[in-house]
Each structure stands twice: as C-alpha cells, then as structure tokens.
Design a protein around this ligand. Structure first.
Ligand code: PHE
Length: 450
C-alpha cells in the first residue's frame, strides 16, 4: 500500500473504467436504492420523477462536469482546489467537507440497518409477506438503542478499511466488483416486482406524472435528491477528479455517471413501487420502504431467502462505494492540507463520524421526542440540512465559481485536454453553468424559504 505522506506523487486511478466505476459507485448508493423510491413515493410518484429529470438535465450533468474538471485541473482536495484558483474561496470547499461529514454520519446508520438485514435474511428473520409483520421487524430494529448503533459502527469500520486501501487498491478495486453485480441483481428483482399481480399500478405511479402534485416542496426535494444522488455539491467529484490523469475524456465520463445513476434509481423504483401496490403498502411510508416492501417481494419468489440475502448484500456494496467517497473527501483534505498520516487521519475521522451518527440513530427510537428543526429529529435534520441546503448551496457556488471566477474558457480548456478533445456541447455547457444552473438553484432556494 502506498503511503501518501512519504510519496509526494499523488495516487491515480488505475484505468479509465476504474474511475467511471468508482465515480458511479459514489453516485449509486442508498440515495438510489433506499431514498429515491421513498422520495418518489412521498412526493407524488411520476410528478417527482418528471421534476427530477428536468433538474438532472439542467444541473446534474453541468455540475458533474464542473466538479471533475476543477478536481483534475488542480489535482487537489475540495478545499485546496478552490484555494488554488482563488484564495478566498476555500471556505466553499470547506462547506463541502462539512456536508460529507454530516451525510456520512446518518448514511452510516442506514448502512448499519442494511447489515442487520443481511443477517436477518440468513437467519430467516424476514420470511413473511405480511406488511404488518415486516413493518414491525423494521421498527423494532431502528427504534432500539444499542443494536443499530452497533451495526452503524460496523458499517464505519468497513468504510475505513476500504479507504485505508487507498485509491487504486481500495476504492477502485471494490467498485469494479460491486457495481456490475449490483446492476444484474436489481434488474432481476425489478422484473419480479413488476410481474407481481397488481404491480402495474406501481409502474404507473412511478412513471405517469400527476401535474397537480407538483409544488415547491416537490421541486426542492427533487433538487436535493439530484445533488444527493449524484454526489454533487460537496466536492466529492472534485476529489475523485483529482486522481484522474491528464488524458481522460472528462465530458464523456461526466455524461455516463448521471446516466448510470439515474438508470439504477429508476430500476430501484421499479423494484420497490410495484411491490408496494401489489402488497397493499403505502407509497408514502418513508425511510422504511425498501426494508418492508422488498422482503415481501422476496417471500413471493422461489429461493426468496437467497434473493433477500444477495439483494441486501448488494445494497451494502452500493452504500460502501458511496460512503468511501464521502470519507475520502474528508481524508483527502486533511492529508493534503495538514500533511497528516493517511492511516491515522482515516481512523480518527471515522471515529468522529461514528460519534456524530449516534444521535441520528437514537432519534429513531429513544430520542424520537427531541426535535432540532421543527418536526425533525437528529436524523431528519442532518438529512434536511445537507440535501436541501448544503449541497444545493455548494452547487450554486460551484457554478458561480466556474462560470464567473475561474472562467468558462479555462474550464473548457481543461475539459477538452487543452483542445485536443472534441466537446461540441461546450457552448451550451457554458450557458448552463453560468446562467441556467445558478438561476434555477437560486429560484428553488428562495421560493422554499418564503
Ligand atoms: N450519491 C450517494 C448515494 O446516492 C450519496 C452521496 C452523497 C455520496 C454525497 C457522496 C456524496 O447514495
């Protein structure tokens, strides 16, 4: 393993596909498999999906490209990247590191639930198609005191073990195995779910928009979800981009990653929502949705126990390829800027994130009466502050930074490898990042606070 303290050379991805898989691995995670289906369920189904697509097209690709270009140009962590170009912008990267820290602290709690479900699927603890029984199993888990904290700790340990392995040996290797397996699995499960009697209703719910359901809340939630799902607005893609070599085709990668991410989110929606309707669950059920509906689907399948096991294992993989990217953002900053030892930094930050996550876990049970923001406990507050505020804010500032401070010409020069690559969408991208992105984010922002 390489120790970046002793080797001034910065590590790089081993291959182009390695980077795409790692960056898609960061994007594809609990945001797609767990959050997207229940966000769609809560925000009017097809209406949400439509708004999601519009935002994805306008700001998703734009920012993805912007972040990767900034990262590769500076070859630095999120804070260092801003600082290198304009000193007094470093705090924007700082907001990102903070967001990564906060997201991982509740993300890891959910990751812990997933580990617990893997074990349950082996011991037969999920074998029921009764919504009530499955709902109780989930509630019992998340509302207990010690069990979810214990699994949250295990998830953080797994995360830091991979990050300790470094870029090529840890992050890239893990993503190369886990991402293809996940894809195959989710396709099989979506097919089973869609062919359940009554499942068609779920497909309609997800894909046919009811325009009357679109309101400001739905739009803000969709905006937050685009950022969260694409790992944007917090310097994650800046950091991953910083490990790229100078001849990668960035515009191409920046287009592939959102496509993979959205494809998997839709597949997850198609795996979950048809089952919701087939078994008479509520689509608005919230964070418990995949934990109660999918076991019901599995119980209707031959070899259901095996499927449940494989599925939750893959959800764990997807979650890990994302959690490592969040941890890497924090670690890269401290190692680059403070020159700390990578191993020590990784362990220390993981511990801090674990501690930060404990109240999030407790807020699902013993601390459910404590509210931080109106009507929101620790868990929901972390989620709201990051997805709906910090990430869009980070994205807004990134657009302004690239469009108006660093300058489109510089950015395009980097994106095209000094003009050697063809990037015919460059003029459109310039308009998107300079005007459309910031204005769209600002409007949603301002409207949601008044
Ligand atoms: N994109 C990840 C997911 O969908 C979550 C994430 C957010 C990862 C921000 C990194 C940065 O689960």
């Amino acid at each position: 393993m390489e120790n970046r303290n002793q080797t001034p050379e910065r590590e790089q991805w081993g291959s182009k596909i390695g980077f795409i898989l790692a960056a898609s691995g960061s994007a594809v995670g609990l945001g797609n498999l767990w959050k997207f289906p229940y966000m769609a369920g809560k925000n009017g189904g097809g209406a949400f999906v439509l708004v999601y697509f519009i935002i994805l097209f306008l700001v998703g690709f734009t920012l993805m490209l912007g972040e990767i270009v900034l990262g590769r140009h500076t070859q630095l962590n999120a804070i260092g990247a801003y600082r290198k170009i304009r000193k007094n912008w470093a705090w924007v990267g700082g907001l990102g590191v903070l967001a990564g820290f906060l997201i991982l602290s509740f993300y890891s709690v959910v990751g812990g639930w997933v580990i617990n479900y893997i074990i349950k699927s082996v011991t037969g603890g999920l074998y029921s198609s009764d919504p009530k029984v499955l709902g109780n199993i989930f509630n019992d888990l998340v509302s207990s005191t010690m069990t979810p904290i214990f699994y949250h700790a295990i998830f953080m340990v797994l995360t830091f073990i991979i990050v300790l392995g470094g870029i090529g040996g840890g992050i890239e290797k893990a993503s190369k195995i886990m991402m293809p397996a996940l894809f195959i699995m989710i396709v099989i499960i979506a097919i089973r779910s869609m062919t359940l009697p009554g499942g068609v209703e779920g497909i309609k719910y997800l894909l046919v928009p009811d325009f009357s359901k679109i309101n400001m809340d739905v739009i803000l939630n969709a905006l937050g979800q685009v950022f969260f799902s694409l790992s944007l607005g917090m310097g994650c893609m800046i950091t991953y981009g910083s490990y790229l070599n100078k001849d990668t085709n960035i515009p191409q990668s920046a287009a592939i990653i959102p496509l993979v991410d959205t494809g998997i989110a839709l597949l997850a929606g198609l795996a979950v929502l048809p089952a919701v309707f087939a078994f008479g669950f509520e689509p608005e059920a919230g964070p418990g949705l995949i934990f109660v509906t999918l076991p019901a689907v599995f119980s209707q399948m031959p070899l259901g126990g095996l499927f449940a096991f494989m599925f939750f294992l893959l959800v764990l993989f997807a979650a890990l390829t994302s959690s490592i990217s969040m941890l890497e953002v924090c670690v890269a900053y401290v190692v680059d800027e403070w020159k700390w030892n990578r191993k020590f930094t990784t362990i220390l930050i993981s511990l801090a994130i674990f501690i930060m996550g404990v109240p999030a876990s407790l807020s699902m049970g013993p601390w459910s009466h404590i509210t931080i923001l109106p009507g929101k406990g620790f868990f929901d507050t972390y989620d709201y502050i990051t997805s709906n505020i910090l990430l869009p804010l980070g994205g807004l500032l990134l657009c302004i930074f690239i469009g108006w401070i660093w300058g489109i010409d510089q950015a395009v020069k980097e994106a095209t490898n000094n003009g050697t690559l063809k990037f015919s969408l460059a003029p459109m991208w310039g308009v998107l990042i300079k005007y459309v992105g910031p204005i769209a984010i600002l409007i949603v922002f301002i409207r949601s606070f008044i």
